[in-house]
Design a protein around this ligand. Structure first.
Ligand code: PLP
Length: 381
């Protein structure tokens, strides 16, 4: 049976060009980037090349990019590293209720060490309120951390406006851009960003690699101590092949891919909303991530739809993949005001540059029949 993969917000297929770029670093180019001989220099050069590509894409300088093992590490590093540098003089963090669990759970842990955290509300489309943000800032606030685009519903926040508030009030501004990187413009200077978290596996790069941008001059305490790699901020032998793959994935990402995904996203949304009693979670249009569709099918369980779709070879997500093993109902949809029943009735369809219009049309043919069938048997009605 053919397989149609609609779970690209969880992870993406690694691009062939990325695999080809990485291969030599598993084979003949196996040096340690810290070695000063030829093998080491070769690895170091490859890392520095990737660093330049990534820095350029966000308007940063290469020396402001620190490689990590991914988005989870990056976000933990930013929150904890800044807390350790600022506490006890400053102890207050502002974030939102719809951040990824790696932000929320790191914040919770920091609260046990004396941090105060404000979790901003969001409206029914998932946007924070800029006035609430500004009011929440106080003299002990050291950080505002707001994701650029949400992983479940694709809501894109207005980073420029948030950055202006943070600059005016003299607090650091961090964004988790794991979902939006290469899909939504990101410029650290235009948006007054001080720190940014990025990862590779959402953009057809390998898993287990990411980066943080840290504006030059910011004091942050390392979490990993050792040989002093990455300017002493992240010790540990660099994942050379992963970093090379990450750089390649960024290099080959294009505006054309984004436009293609936007078009397919809108065909999906339009087609799905033709089914009676269906609601789109999150905004429409340019404030929504190009690859995200999240819909609530009232009266039937998302899990059941997912199961039926899988039997047809279509793979979607019921809730955020990272959290689905905990069976916790989506904190994002809850913050947007959905009832527990609506949350259980929601699914996420996330596409990539590999998605074809034909796959989308096939899905739109199969889905209404499944929904009709499940509604007929629904115990929730
Ligand atoms: C918004 C967001 N932040 C952080 C992460 C975690 O990144 P990683 O899987 O690289 O640890 C993810 C991945 O699901 C994400 O979607």
């Amino acid at each position: 049976m053919r397989k149609i993969y609609f779970d690209n917000a969880a992870s993406t297929r690694v691009d062939e060009r990325v695999i080809r770029a990485m291969e030599p670093y598993f084979g003949s180019k196996y040096g340690n980037a810290s070695s000063i001989h030829g093998f080491g220099r070769e690895a170091k050069e490859a890392i520095e090349n990737a660093r330049k590509i990534i820095a350029k894409r966000i308007g940063a300088r290469a020396r402001e990019i620190i490689f990590t093992s991914g988005g989870t590490e990056g976000n933990n590093f930013v929150l904890k590293g800044l807390f350790f540098s600022n506490y006890p003089r400053k102890n207050h963090i502002i974030t939102s209720k719809i951040e990824h669990d790696c932000i929320l759970n790191a914040c919770k842990w920091l609260e046990s060490l004396g941090a105060r955290v404000t979790y901003l509300d969001v409206d029914k489309e998932g946007f924070i309120d800029l006035e609430q943000l500004e009011k929440a800032i106080n003299e002990r606030t050291f950080l505002v951390s707001i994701m650029q685009a949400n992983n479940e519903v694709g809501t894109i926040q207005n980073l420029k406006a948030i950055g202006e508030i943070c600059k005016k009030r003299g607090v650091l501004f961090h964004t988790d851009a794991c979902q939006s990187f290469t899909k939504v413009p990101l410029d650290v200077n235009k948006m007054n960003l001080d720190l940014v978290t990025l990862n590779s596996h959402k953009i057809h790069g390998p898993k287990g690699v990411g980066a943080v941008y840290i504006r030059e001059g910011i004091k942050i305490t390392p979490l990993l101590h050792g040989g002093g790699h990455e300017k002493g901020l992240r010790s540990g032998t660099e994942n050379v092949s992963g970093i090379v793959g990450f750089g390649k994935a960024v290099e080959i990402s294009s505006r054309k891919d984004v436009e293609k995904m936007e078009k397919l996203r809108d065909i999906l949304i339009e087609g799905i909303l033709k089914i009676p009693n269906v609601k789109l979670n999150g905004p429409k249009g340019e404030k929504r991530l190009c690859n995200n569709v999240n819909v609530c099918f009232n009266d039937i369980e998302g899990e059941s739809i997912g199961g039926y779709l899988e039997s047809k070879g279509i793979f979607v997500s019921t809730g955020s993949a990272c959290a689905s093993h905990t069976l916790a109902s989506s904190h994002v949809l809850r913050a947007m005001g959905l009832s527990p029943q609506q949350i259980n009735s929601s699914i996420r369809i996330s596409i990539s540059r590999y998605t074809s219009e034909e796959e989308v049309r096939y899905f739109l043919k199969v889905l209404p029949k499944i929904v009709k069938k499940l509604r007929r048997f629904s115990a929730l009605r």
